[in-house]
Each structure stands twice: as structure tokens, then as C-alpha cells.
Design a protein around this ligand. Sequence first.
Ligand code: GAR
Length: 208
Amino acid sequence: MLRVVVCVSGGGTNLQAIIDGIAQGAVCDTEIVRVVSNNPGAYALERAKQAGIEAVCVAPKDYENREQFEEALLGCVEEAAPDLIVLAGFMVKVPQKMVKQYENRIINIHPSLIPAFSGTGYYGLKVHEAVLARGVKVTGATVHFVNEGMDEGPIIMQKTVKVYDDDTPKTLQKRVMEEAEWVLLPWCINLIAEGQIKVENGRVTVTE
Ligand code: GAR
């Protein structure tokens, strides 16, 4: 059984896609052992509770400084003894200590085709605003391993989504979620649970 900790900050629709994937059997041999949020108001915490999953909040404002917050976050994750950490709309830069400790065991979903529209400042709706401003015709989502960089780790999988002339950041965000994110993330977790993902020299291969 793959023990998964999911880190969230907002609405939690990607968390929901994982919960549903497990319930429907599309994600095998996987258990979400804890959901962690930096934001006490995150609706994702409610989704976790409704699914009977332990939901914990570690908020920066409850700590004296960044270092203490990062220690608490790492402690909260460690306590759940995960095999895999999934960042599902987690708007916190993962502490370096955590990245080192869980090398190739942290994955993130990003709402664009990395390396386009990724890195510092590109998160949530801002990504889709930038996509529309640049006028690209195709966007999508990426699941990747987390390394010390920002959206720079080995890419596991990507899925494209068309951009339409009349898109707004919100309509585009919705389509990217529906057509790409909610499909890709459970799929990748299942591949990891089945031992089908290999990382070598910064590149990912999917084995049969
Ligand atoms: C998702 O679109 C996710 O890709 C994005 O935040 C949203 C969270 O939605 N993540 C990033 O931008 C990370 N850089 P959700 O809370 O409904 O899953």
C-alpha cells in the first residue's frame, strides 16, 4: 500500500480527483494517510474530513519565523510516514530539507506545459492570465517530481489543452483542470503505486 500525504492550500479539486480515483479503483494500492494545509480556510480540508481522512493545518502565522514553520511542516509530514508526498495546489515553496529527505518522492501538479509559464510567480490563475496574454494556442498541465528548483524537477507526464479565442483566465483554468489535471494526477499516482516510474539522470521513464 502506497502511503500518500497530500499537501493543499485551496479548493482541493485535485485532492478530490485523487480521493475519487482511489474510491473508483483507478488508483490502486494507495491510501491518503493525511492531508496537510498551510491555509486554515482551505476548502480542501473539508473535502478530506468528508472522505474520512485526517486533515491537519500548519499555518505560517502560528510560528515565530519561517524556519519554525518549515520544521513544523516537515514534522507533520514525517509523522504520517508517507511513501509519497503529493502537492495538489500547495502554494508553499517546499523546504530544502524536505526536498532532500524525500528525493523523488514528492510530486507536484502545475497548470501549464512546463517549462512554459512556470517558476516563481506562476501559480493558480496567474498562469492562465499569462498564457492568454502571450496568445499561445495550446496549454495544459504537468506532473513532475519536486527538486530544489521551482517547477524544475523531472517531468512525469504532460497533457495538452486547447486555448480558445474567447477564453478568460477562469474558463481556461476550468478546462485545464477538467481535461488535464484531474486526469493526470491520479494516473501518475497509480503508476507510482504500481512501481512503473523510474527516474534516471533527471529524466522519467514509464515502464510496462
Ligand atoms: C490547480 O490548478 C493546480 O494546478 C495549481 O493550483 C490549482 C489548485 O486547485 N497549482 C499551482 O499553480 C502550483 N504552482 P485545487 O485546490 O482545486 O486542486
